[in-house]
Design a protein around this ligand. Structure first.
Ligand SMILES: Nc1ncnc2c1ncn2[C@@H]1O[C@H](COP(=O)(O)OP(=O)(O)OP(=O)(O)O)[C@@H](O)[C@H]1O
Ligand SMILES: [Mg+2]
Length: 309
């Protein structure tokens, strides 16, 4: 696309309809959805290392820095409001959600682990009523964010459920890469929300340690690909042990056997074969486990801002 210098354009005069987007800046994957229902997933890995052929990479140029996406490492800071690159990470997701528009005015819904909800003001202040001028893959962009809504991960999935699944006593178990978010609801009323800091990253760490003890020099970010491509063999018992670790950390908080359990999050997909063998009276894996939080966030955004905001 032709580069257009939009730096001096008055945003107000070029406004299109106010839209809204939801983004789930996961530790491993960033999920986004716009209010036309178009959704996507990208890796949360970033790199700020020099690249001689920068056009070869997905990138944001912001605040005199080029940030490359979907390469490098995940941001290790667990507190999402404190992640050093949370602003470019969200700008990147918003560009993905609005790929053709140089000027975007939008409301924004973001997700935070339940345990971090007290930091939500910090996140709101970074985005609410802020205008960002930057380059996305070499092209000028202005994103003007109006209102910001922050929802808890896990609970957000509730809004994605069918009316049948919403009924009765349910627990949503959102297994991500560094957190498990738990939401207990009784007929739609929140009974308990909690976060456990455990996820696929811890599993990959264990596998990495085993492989590196044999003389390799892997990092956690390598492990999924190496398993998928058959370079590393993971035994069933290792997946079962990891699932049991998760269930054991849930035990002191919730007795899963007394609820309808909805497993979600990308790691539920990694463990689906073993989750499906659990002896729980009522459970299912969400039909779109990777995206359920962001889908629910969009449903909640529609309730907050109206279907055609
Ligand atoms: N289709 C799939 N099959 C198997 N595993 C998958 C699939 N999709 C995602 N995963 C796994 O899901 C994990 C990431 O899950 P998810 O995207 O829910 O985490 P996250 O939201 O980034 O992390 P957090 O919630 O802790 O911030 C990764 O380990 C990835 O390997
Ligand atoms: Mg997540």
């Amino acid at each position: 696309m032709e580069n257009v210098n939009v730096k001096n354009v008055k945003v107000k005069e070029n406004l299109k309809e106010v839209k809204f987007c939801a983004a789930d800046p996961g530790n491993w994957n960033t999920k986004w959805i716009n209010n036309r229902g178009v959704k996507g997933v990208c890796s949360s890995r970033i790199s700020t290392d020099y690249e001689a052929y920068d056009e070869g990479f997905q990138r944001i140029e912001y605040n005199d820095q080029t940030i490359y996406f979907e390469i490098g490492e995940i941001q290790k800071e667990l507190n999402k409001a404190e992640k050093g690159y949370i602003v470019p990470q969200i700008l990147y997701a918003l560009c993905k959600a609005n790929p053709k528009e140089q000027i975007v005015e939008t409301n924004l819904t973001l997700l935070l682990p339940i345990i971090q909800m007290q930091t939500k003001t910090k996140l709101i202040n970074k985005f609410k009523n802020q205008e960002f001028t930057f380059k996305y893959n070499g092209e000028d962009r202005i994103i003007s964010i109006k209102d910001v809504l922050i929802l808890p991960e896990g609970y957000s999935t509730y809004f994605s459920l069918s009316s049948e699944d919403k009924k009765g006593s349910i627990v949503i178990v959102d297994i991500g890469s560094r957190t498990v978010n738990l939401a207990v609801l009784i007929n739609g009323k929140i009974e308990k929300l909690n976060t456990i800091t455990l996820g696929s990253y811890n599993f990959f760490q264990k596998i990495k340690n085993i492989e590196n003890a044999k003389g390799q020099n892997f990092v956690e970010e390598d492990i999924k690909r190496l398993i998928d491509e058959g370079f590393i063999k993971v035994y069933q018992k290792q997946y079962i042990e990891f699932l049991n670790n998760i269930l054991d950390s849930i035990k002191p908080l919730i007795n899963l056997s007394t609820y309808k359990v909805i497993f979600t999050g990308g790691t539920s997909l990694m463990l689906q074969e073993y989750i499906n063998q659990l002896k729980l009276p009522k459970f299912k894996i969400h039909e779109d486990a990777l995206n359920s939080n962001v889908i629910g966030a969009m449903e909640a955004s529609k309730i907050t801002w109206g279907a055609s905001a």
